[in-house]
Design a protein around this ligand. Structure first.
Ligand code: SF4
Ligand code: SF4
Length: 457
């Protein structure tokens, strides 16, 4: 059932994995000590508007913010209770944005949708269900999932890839999700294949997680029956692909290259080469939206790092403030040098723990000084190591030089917009040049310049 040859891509690095800290801890359902959540009004897609007022009583699963635009995802109450405030808070990425603060009242009333059979409803009904459930990509950028499941006309989708590579060090929530919810991962994959009319699904794992293969095989056989075949008669419609454990294996470009030897064109999407990629958490959310009518209101994530007493995997209501889990759930040691929302390679350093867990928060790390690179940057010594490791085949040093010279068009010419912010180049740089931070700022400037030009037309 699985293709056992280990697949990979050119470039990449092998940072210490640190998965052993949390991988054996089952997902625990917990509530914040304050019984209060602080839910960002927008978590992916076009900006939402709150549709509740301070003082309103809301049920768990009720829509509290939305936007009618297609490229948007509504936000739901993750606890039942009273809307206490609507106020601006610092979110992951250190931007300020409006949040709806709800205090749980212990009533536990829910407002889920009616279950919907994904295999008998129309494609339009299915896409509407995914949108109404507020599902966004849970592995990274929080892109609205119904948009991904509705590629432009003419783009035929052959494969749904379930991204379980989880190549970021420390993070183990995708691993635990498969261990504990493999049936739902496979169900979500089948539903995505149905919506896209894609004949094949592939679960992509790194070769440090082969223990998950028998669990997935069981779930696939349960879903299809042992005799089920692909449309071409060659076996189950869902197979497993084992990729080499290497960072950034989970990046979309690297995943498709490793699993299918297909290359996403510059500026293109996986749909351009017949693929749609979904994180395993997103696939579970899709399954729940159809089977029990549940919107995306809970988030499973890893808590880890050398500065926590015990690393763990948790399931919390979306909007839980990380600080409200300390010290009851997250016990810290002395000497927290850095708090990161996400993984150490692509996550965001946060000034403190007073930020909410969003739909796409895969982990929160509390790192010691020894685990961080809190060093000053030196001038580039032209060693070329950043070129060797970039899996997108970019020249990071030339992009950085162009940005330093304020020459955005030149940076774009060298591939700024093809950079996936993986941080691999910065990781290996002996001069500690803040390459990826510069690229993120450069992309923001580039996008705002483009928006200004378009607005001036
Ligand atoms: S951050 Fe960008 S330039 Fe650096 S290795 Fe990743 S893709 Fe390449
Ligand atoms: S790795 Fe760092 S020092 Fe070496 S060429 Fe790249 S930016 Fe310069």
């Amino acid at each position: 059932m699985s293709c056992m040859k280990t697949h990979t891509f050119k470039g990449g690095i092998h940072p210490p994995e640190q998965k052993e800290l949390s991988e054996n801890y089952p997902i625990e359902n917990v509530m914040p000590s304050t019984n209060t959540v602080c839910i960002p009004v927008t978590m992916g897609g076009a900006p939402n508007q709150p549709i509740v007022n301070v003082g309103d009583i809301v049920a768990r699963g009720q829509i509290i913010a939305k936007n009618d635009a297609f490229m948007s995802a509504p936000v739901h109450a993750s606890v039942s209770g009273v809307v206490k405030k609507i106020e601006t808070r610092v979110l992951t990425g250190n931007c300020e944005a409006p949040c709806i603060v709800i205090e749980a009242n212990g009533s536990d009333t829910t407002s889920f949708m009616e279950p919907l059979d994904p295999f008998t409803c129309s494609k339009e009904e299915a896409l509407k269900r995914v949108k109404e459930a507020g599902i966004v990509g849970m592995g990274g950028a929080a892109f609205p999932t119904h948009v991904k499941l509705n590629p432009p006309p003419g783009k035929e989708i052959e494969y749904v890839l379930a991204n379980a590579a989880e190549c970021e060090p420390y993070l183990t929530i995708d691993d635990r999700t498969i261990t504990e919810k493999a049936d739902q991962v496979i169900d979500g994959t089948r539903i995505a294949m149905q919506i896209l009319d894609a004949p094949k699904g592939i679960i992509c794992l790194e070769d440090n997680k082969t223990k998950l293969i028998p669990i997935l095989c069981d779930a696939i056989n349960k879903a299809y029956g042992n005799n089920a075949t692909r449309p071409d008669g060659t076996g189950n419609a869902i197979t497993i692909c084992v990729c080499q454990a290497k960072y950034p294996q989970g990046g979309e470009k690297n995943l498709v290259l490793s699993a299918l030897n297909r290359e996403i064109p510059s500026g293109g999407l996986p749909a351009d080469i017949g693929c749609v990629i979904q994180n395993v958490g997103t696939l579970v959310a899709i399954s729940e939206a159809f089977r029990i009518g549940k919107p995306l209101i809970d988030r499973c994530l890893t808590i880890s790092g050398g500065a926590v007493e015990t690393a763990k995997n948790l399931c919390v209501p979306v909007g839980t403030l990380v600080g409200d889990l300390i010290p009851e759930i997250i016990k810290l040691k002395e000497g927290v040098a850095k708090i990161i929302s996400g993984g150490p390679m692509m996550g965001f350093a946060m000034p403190n723990a007073a930020f909410p867990i969003a739909k796409n928060t895969s982990g929160v790390l509390f790192l010691t000084k020894n685990e961080t690179h809190l060093v000053d940057e030196d001038p580039c010594i032209g060693c070329g190591m950043c070129l060797d490791v970039c899996s997108c085949r970019l020249n990071p040093v030339l992009i950085a030089r162009s940005l330093k010279a304020n020459n955005i068009p030149m940076a774009v010419k060298y591939g700024l917009l093809d950079c996936v912010d993986c941080g691999t180049c910065a990781y290996v740089c002996p001069a500690h040049v803040r390459l990826v931070q510069r690229f993120r700022i450069g992309k923001c400037i580039c996008r705002s310049q483009t928006a200004t030009k378009q607005g001036g037309k």
